[in-house]
Every structure is written in C-alpha cells, then in structure tokens.
Write a protein that binds this ligand. Sequence first.
Ligand code: PLP
Length: 382
Amino acid sequence: MNSQFVPGMDYRGLVAEYGSPLLVLDQAAVRHQYRALSAALPGVTLHYALKPLPHMGVVETLKAEGASFDLATNGEVDLMRDAQINPSDCIHTHPIKRDGDIRHALAFGCNIFVFDNPVELHKFVAYKEQARLLLRVSFPNPETKVDLSKKFGCTPEMVLPLLREAQALGIQVIGLSFHVGSQVPNARRHVEAIEACNSLLRQADAEGLPLQVLDIGGGFPVDYTGGELDIHAFCAPIRSALANTPHGIRLLAEPGRFISAPAMTSISSVMGKAERFGRTWYYLDDGLYGSYSGQLFDHIDYPKSAPYAKGEAQPAVLAGPTCDSIDVIADDILLPQLEVGDLIVGGMMGAYTWASATEFNFFRKANILVVDSDAAALKAVA
Ligand SMILES: Cc1ncc(COP(=O)(O)O)c(C=O)c1O
C-alpha cells in the first residue's frame, strides 16, 4: 500500500486538534500490508517484528488478523503481555541475551529463542526443559545498507558442529533462521539462503539431528518513492525456493518494515524561517533527532511535501528543531514559500522512525494518533 497520504486526511484539522508534531498511524494500512504479505507467502507464519514500530495500535490490528509476533527485548515482551498476546504466538529472536532477558521471556511464556554461537548456547543449559532454539545462520548481503549478517549469525559451516554441541548438552534446537538484511532490493539473497538452509536441514536430518522449523527472517521492502511495490511478484522466487524445503518443515518469517512503513504519516510545522546562503531555511518542530531519525539510522529518504503551499517552487532547506547542525532533513528541496505555522508532511514513516527517535534538547517525541481509514474511526492519541 502506498499511504504516503492517507485518503482525505485533513492535516490542518488534525494539528489544530492534536498539536504538532504528530504521527498518524493508519491501522487500515497495517491490515492491508499484513494481508498482502500473507497472500505472497502462503504457508509461512508471519511473526511481525516489533522493532520498527512497537506500538499498541499496530499490535492490536495484527492480533485481530491472527498474526504472530517476533520480539527481541524485555520491553517488547511487556508490550506483548499488555496486549494479551498468546505467548505461544511469539518468538524471541535476539541472538545475544542476558540471563535476565531469557528469564523475562520465559516468565511470559515465550519459549522459542535464537542463538548463533557456543557462548549463547551454553546460557540455555539452565533452561533446557523449557527453551527451544533456532540457530541463526549468517548470509551477508552487500546489496543492502542494513546488512544484519555482519553482526549476527554463524557461518553455514558452523551449523552442524553447533547442532552436535547442543545435542551433547541436551538442549533442543528445533530449526534454522536467517535475516538477509533489511529493505533488500530483490529476493536473490533470500533464495540463496533458503537453498543453503534446505541443504543444511537435509544434512542435519541425515546425521540424526532432525529439525522442524525454517525461519526466513525479514527484509521485505517497501517503495519509498511513492509507488506501490508488488510484494506478490517480489516473493515469487521465494515461494519457488520454499517449495523445495524438506517435507514437514514449518515455515516462519519475521517481517517488520513491510508491515509498518506505509502505515504512518508525519505532520510537522514550520517554527521559523531564515535566508541563508541563497536558500530559505525552514525550521520544523520535528527532525533528525525525532521522527526523521530513520534518515540517519535506517538510511531512508522519506517523501516530503507541503500539501497546502502554493506558488513557485524555490530551493529550500528543511531543518529540525534542535541546536545541532546535523539536524537537517532535506538540504536541497524545492518548495513554494512557506510561512511560520505551515505544515510539512512526511510519508511512509512507520518503520524505524518513531521507534528510534530521541528527545534530544528535550524536544518531545511526536504523539501518535491512531486512525483506521477502513472504519473512518479515530482510536486514540498516545
Ligand atoms: C531479528 C530480526 N528480525 C526481523 C527484523 C525485521 O526486519 P525488516 O524490518 O527488514 O523486515 C529485524 C530487523 O532488524 C531483525 O533484526
């Protein structure tokens, strides 16, 4: 879904009522994305990865859709508990955990964890009666800027030795997982990783170390340029590769960005303006330290517009409100003349934005207004 602009959204009215900066979370977009990916990956249980947007408005929508969840921290465990999510619908996928993190998840009732090295494996000796493990395999991906296999995952060569070590310790490893990086440009690496895992699953079985699960991670992309990505076509090679997964293997995925990115729109206001170096600088009440943090951490350039501005477009700079010079969200953008109080709208801002925003300079994070454009209902402001 391209909800760069939620149909009929009255940005001025919303700011008049709820203040600025504001993030508008459309549950209809969450629902649409979940259904589209479910249809593109039949037979794969989708565990929404909470990290891009750990918000109750998303969780409630997905719960109603029958989704499962991927959590990685104690805070995310608490969100699941608050939302009364069935712990058996959750997996804990952080490959590196403290003992207290494991206990917190187990106390909630989530008992599937991820490991990728011997030190982490040994942490589960104490919990071998309850915990079931997925072994994360690394498949580096130079085609994405968020290459998670640099930081996590064992090499494919380490899989069998680690499975043997787990067996010797009496710890139950139930499957393999991977994450080929976020916002991948094509499904090539997913396919290579599935093929490699299919082979590893067969080798493990032949050695008497049978596994039951393959978790293909996240990475499913969205179109930040204003179009709508055809996720069914994107996943076609993944579906073909999964068709060769050994019989009886349960398939999981951990999509984050794809579900939440199109669901949130940012509205910010011009606080001040100045002429500098031949351009008009507009200082907004949201910026790089706030909702636009993903421009830095997630390497995304969100579509921005001034929906009510009229007149000839001129070179402008959009800066955030803090006192830091890095706090610029567009240093070469064409915009009609804006005045103090005018609005800037950012689209596709649901993933890795609010979640990574800071309150530097005591500029508070934007409030999130939950709406459902399917039901034309306003839910809550948080
Ligand atoms: C373990 C794990 N699962 C899932 C995700 C979600 O990935 P994406 O947003 O690319 O779908 C991430 C992202 O960092 C992750 O680390």
